[in-house]
Design a protein around this ligand. Sequence first.
Ligand code: ZN
Length: 341
Amino acid sequence: MSLIIDCHGHYTTAPEPHNAWREAQVKAFDAKAPPPLYPDIPDDLIRESIEGAQLRLIRERGADMTIFSPRASTMAHHVGDEGVSRAWAERCNDLIKRVVDLYPETFAGVCMLPQSPAADLQGSIAELERCVNELGFIGCNLNPDPGGGHFAHPPLTDRYWYPFYEKMCELDVPAMIHVSGSCNHALHATGAFYIAADTIAFMQLIEGDLFADFPTLKFIIPHGGGAVPYHWGRYRGLADMLKKPGLDKHLMENVFFDTCVYHQPGVNLLAEVIDSKNILFGSEMVGAVRGVDPTTGFYFDDTKRYVDALDIPDADRHAIFEGNARRVFPRLDAILKARGL
Ligand SMILES: [Zn+2]
């Protein structure tokens, strides 16, 4: 039996008291007042928020599991300070843990980090350790631009990030490179900022030699790798001009793209250009694009349909749906093996 593992889902339907607490937390910070007490959120409210949304869609669309993390657009690392980010990240990750505990067959947890524009990565390292060692999470979302749309942080290849990568390698967890909300009004969050950040991250990796220093480090670049597959010739050519090895050796032992590309021709191109060993099935639902495509009658983010329709060998489809996710998330593989899967 083979599994269909969605590598990219966020808790976009978190219960209202959780969201209200965040609003109050930010208000308190602005007023220099202590943060409010976190509300008591009953299991029923969590069940309600999941069963009518993600869980229903996972079942309707024929997936088995979703790798599940806090809502990306509301990580908002640019808001408040490191203490605000830490308290928010802990609450969000604890809530993911509750979802995983309620539906362990369906969800595996991935954490957000308490990044903050002026902070180093010590707080993020501590939260990653807590989430992996205590909550059983299998990965993290790493924000390459915690300033929220100004790209003021050093590139992902800079030594600024190295202590965090060391911890990732030690714990054997990958990161999805994922920005959050945009505070730059010139950048629409999900339409411009996300896709630009994915593309920027890949180019940063080309310019550096990160995986020579961290041969086991693994990144997922979401949203189909941004503009990268479409411009693959440009990136191969730039790597050549920069006297880097070919991209297959330079990056593609360590970098993976998901299938959050919301139309068939885009997924066809992804599969034609990028080796199937580097593609992980993902939908990012319920997320950025929630409507029905009038030209097909199906939801834009029902990405399993596009992968099903690819003209590729069964072994490649199996890799995209299951095999690659188990390789990129070794802790997920261990959980599944322990269940006899
Ligand atoms: Zn996402």
